[in-house]
Design a protein around this ligand. Structure first.
Ligand code: ADP
Length: 539
């Protein structure tokens, strides 16, 4: 039973005792009077308790508690002493005759206060207070201030300095109940103040950030944000504690949050705002804090990328036409008359360079087209057939290089939804790399399989391998591994970036595993088509 319940019970019992031997009406009237008086008192305590615990301002709490203590106990004075770093300080006092409280920060050596704090029990004295407290009072009542789990944090006290009236049980009860409310409220205020201090420290750091940064609590309510975020999303000072959705109604951000809930701590996404700006966002989950979204404005980078692709594709197109003409005429040179040995050598070199530049340009054109989504019509196709025909077509190249090239195919047809020409380009690139970066008498194996929902293709070779620190970069445009083994191998550094773009356009993934000097395995997976729905084979 709580303190209030116990008190009502006690009132009832004392009324029972008083009833012995008295007329029933009088007894009942007395019981009623006492219960009413006690209920009024409890009601007053409850009202004060509610108002105290609703505040997060320590000063306001101290004021309300001391005023209520003096009122409820009819004492001359009231005060609160708080413990700080092992010392006691008188923090607020209400003196008789003054309407308002005084706030102070005065150290006190009140030994009764120490005793109450150490024992955790109240003290009620009459006429012996001078010795105990160092000042003259005729009666005093001190109760400890202690919130659950905090240990005694101070004392709530009332004294009768002028009137010689001792305090009684009922006042002890009222004061103890108030002290309970006060201690919880003070502890809440302390926690809130320390959270606010932390918040303003972080907020100071965030203000300077050029990125749009938003921190939410675990229930996705706004807690902190940078100035940039405030400008971009129109977050105002009233947003504190409001749901993120109320301020940011963006489907990309909503998706990012739901992905984090389902898939894990850190998620990345590109976020497009209604006004066309594009942000690169990373959302991280931080235990006990909530979520942090860091967004970088990449609108200008996107625009540059688009301009660059447009430029590259226009220029490459315009370059390819005259180059084809040049190549045609060079090839016709020996028809114009016999060439001597030196002329034949020069024509051969010119043709070699032309082939290189033409393949560079056609790769660049391809990248532009693939990224723009051109020539990517998807049809149902058999990936196993595509692997077989590509391997057959590359066989002569492999034999000329002194390599064994084998296809390992599944028994059942492997259907996918894809673009035949582009997937052929992927296989061509991977197989020709496996041949180019191989060793004499080596081998290349190309396998197609299925695993659950996916079709899996692997191109394995017994070649030079890729240094582990370069594995992630070989899919970047123009990136080529610089080593003595690759020095003489011709290439543009664009093949794998085309491969990656094509696979991603097919909603697949590609990766490489390699061991230096032993060989590499390139694996790509594509969503498999349900066989029962694939009735018409596609050539
Ligand atoms: P490149 O035209 O240079 O072959 P790619 O984009 O196809 O361009 O490949 C990028 C780089 O990755 C190559 O220059 C090479 O260093 C490395 N690479 C690709 N495939 C293999 C492989 N099978 N074995 C070893 N290295 C490879």
């Amino acid at each position: 039973m709580n303190r209030i319940g116990e008190e009502l019970e006690r009132t009832h019992q004392s009324a029972d005792v008083a009833a012995d031997g008295e007329p029933l009406d009088a007894t009942l009237a007395e019981v009623n009077r006492r219960l009413n008086a006690r209920l009024q008192e409890l009601n007053a305590i409850y009202t004060v308790g509610k108002s105290v615990t609703s505040s997060l301002d320590a000063r306001e709490i101290l004021d309300r508690v001391v005023l209520a203590s003096v009122n409820l106990t009819q004492a001359d004075d009231g005060f609160i002493i708080l413990r700080e770093d092992g010392r006691l300080f008188r923090r607020v006092v209400k003196r008789q005759g003054n309407r308002y409280t005084e706030h102070q920060h005065e150290e006190t050596s009140d030994s009764v206060a120490w005793q109450v704090i150490r024992s955790g029990r109240p003290a009620m004295l009459h006429r012996e207070t001078k010795i105990a407290t160092g000042y003259l009072a005729r009666a005093l009542l001190y109760v400890p201030l202690e919130a659950p789990g905090t240990g005694p944090m101070g004392v709530l006290g009332v004294v009768n300095r002028h009137k010689d009236i001792p305090f009684a049980e009922a006042q002890l009860f009222a004061l103890s109940t108030l002290a309970d409310f006060a201690a919880i409220a003070l502890e809440n205020a302390r926690l809130f103040a320390s959270r606010e201090a932390e918040r303003s420290r972080l907020s100071g750091i965030l203000e300077q950030a050029t990125e749009a940064i938003i921190v939410t609590d675990p229930r996705d309510r706004l807690w902190l944000w940078s100035d940039t975020a405030a400008r971009v999303f129109g977050i105002d000072a009233q947003a504190q504690g409001r749901p993120l959705d109320a301020y940011i109604d963006n489907p990309d951000i909503r998706l990012l949050f739901s992905q984090t809930r389902q898939e894990g701590r850190i998620q990345h996404a590109e976020i497009t705002l209604d006004d066309g700006r594009v942000f690169n966002a990373q959302l991280s989950t931080i235990e006990t804090v909530g979520h942090v979204v860091v967004m970088q404005d990449i609108t200008h980078l996107k625009e540059l990328d688009r301009l660059k692709s447009e430029f590259v594709s226009t220029v490459s197109h315009d370059l390819r036409t005259p180059l084809t003409t040049i190549q045609g005429y060079i090839e016709l040179l020996d028809r114009a008359g016999p060439l001597n040995e030196m002329q034949t050598d020069f024509v051969g070199r010119a043709l070699n360079s032309l082939t290189h530049i033409t393949s560079l340009i056609s790769d660049l054109l391809d990248i532009g087209r693939i990224e723009a989504g051109y020539d990517l019509e998807m049809h149902q196709l058999r990936l196993d057939d595509l692997v077989r025909t590509t391997v057959e077509a590359t066989q002569t190249y492999a034999i000329n290089e002194g390599l064994e090239l084998v296809a390992e195919l599944p028994r059942a047809p492997l259907w996918v939804l894809g673009n035949q020409r582009r997937l052929r380009q992927v296989l061509d690139n991977l197989i020709s790399n496996a041949i180019k970066y191989n060793r004499p008498d080596g081998w290349v194996r190309v396998s197609a399989n299925q695993d659950g929902e996916y079709a899996i293709v692997q191109v394995r070779d017994s070649g030079i391998g890729i240094p582990p620190e370069e594995e992630a970069r070989i899919f970047d445009r123009f990136y080529r591994v610089q080593s003595p083994e690759t020095e003489d191998v011709r290439g543009t550094g664009l093949g794998l970036s085309i491969v990656k773009s094509v696979i991603e356009k097919h909603k697949g993934r590609i990766w490489v595993q390699s061991s230096m000097g032993k060989g590499s395995t390139f694996t790509f997976v594509l969503p498999k088509l349900d066989v029962s729905r694939c009735v018409s084979p596609v050539t």
